[in-house]
Write a protein that binds this ligand. Sequence first.
Ligand code: UGA
Length: 437
Amino acid sequence: MKITVIGCGYLGATHAASMAELGHEVLGVEVDPTKLASLQAGTTPFYEPGLDELLGKHVTAGGLRFTDSIEEAGAFADLHFVCVGTPQLGSSLGADTSYVETAVRSLAPHLTRPAYVVGKSTVPVGTAARMAGLLSELSPVGGDAELVWNPEFLREGFAVKDTLEPDRIVLGVASERAEQALREFYAPMASAGTPFVVTDYATAELVKVSANAFLATKISFINAVGEVCDAAGADVVALADAIGHDARIGRRFLNAGIGFGGGCLPKDIRAFVHRAGELGVEDAMSFLRQVDDINQRQRQRVTAIVKAMVGGSVAGVRVGVWGAAFKPDSDDVRDSPALDIAGRLHLRGAHVSVYDPKAALTAAARFPTLVYTDSAVDAARGADVLLHLTEWPEFRTVSPDEVGSVMAHRRLLDGRNLLDLPSWRAAGFEARGLGRA
Ligand code: UGA
């Protein structure tokens, strides 16, 4: 089928390349000239494992093209995916849906044949119904331009796999015709046994924010328990292993540490609380404020522990930091707890040297006053304390002795609870984790 993908950031670029991989003819629409030039040249403007190869392959083969013309998009296909961002508003905790609205408003007048517009962006509940109204009002074919809401659950770092092998497909539809069209489009997933949940717009929108809110709650739950473990002399990792054996709880997303970040979980829980407030049910969602508070508190907790480890003040202290991205296998530093902690220490007078295998450039653009090094050992050179903040696999292979030999003092704080603390202690380190007293 011929499709367009409007907005080619993490979500859109991945969707565009993955759908080309499934054999569809894809036209991506991107208005940012720098991103567009990169995509047209067949390279992704960000780091995502496997995506560059996939994108390059289909741009070269001609099955995937990019443009900045929404008019061209309208003429090209009858199935249009909207993948633009919905960042947090500057003025409130709510999500900014203006990019979604602009996409629909600009595309609709060019829909001169019956078409489907499929929203994939994460939006506050009620947005889809509003967009459906706009679409039929502004399109020359009226109600024959139909909206579908099809939320996306891909994780950065696994974006291609999650798109090609989703664990479910959720369709919010207003007609059986729309359901059939999308079932046909996603036929390869249906053949692979992927479950389909077909529902209304509001439920589809809420599925997405509820999934992210649940994941965020799980992480804050274990981090809160981790604080109690620290106070009580218990070990949150053993505790998570033990409760995780209960299939009702599950071990995934129970890794205690410096908390969650990124372009999704933090802003999605805030937007959820905000939208619940608009709907008059803020109390029902107010626990998410605490989820957010617990998450933010982990960052303060780390700075307090570092202070205590170095004897009371970080002013003039040299801190080595491993990791800047919000998670491994990504160069994304949006709301990254690692970079936030590095920045906080720097602002309190510490000399901070950061190493991240992929995120040095994105981190330096956001926080240019930190020192960025080219290797894990270089970040630790001369340091009074070393912080492990993003769990890139390479940090687990570095020899504690080698790192210790370049440091001024052998002190380690494992903010992700993934390093083998006994081997660091054996190398003479004062080594601690979070919730592992
Ligand atoms: C998240 C969801 O997992 C995806 O399903 C969703 O599609 C996506 O948001 C989105 O809305 O677009 P992502 O932001 O890529 O995906 O990252 P996650 O893997 O969810 O990790 C989020 C944060 O939680 C990271 O900072 C990670 O380090 C942290 N985390 C994760 C923990 O602190 N502990 C855990 O046990 C797991």
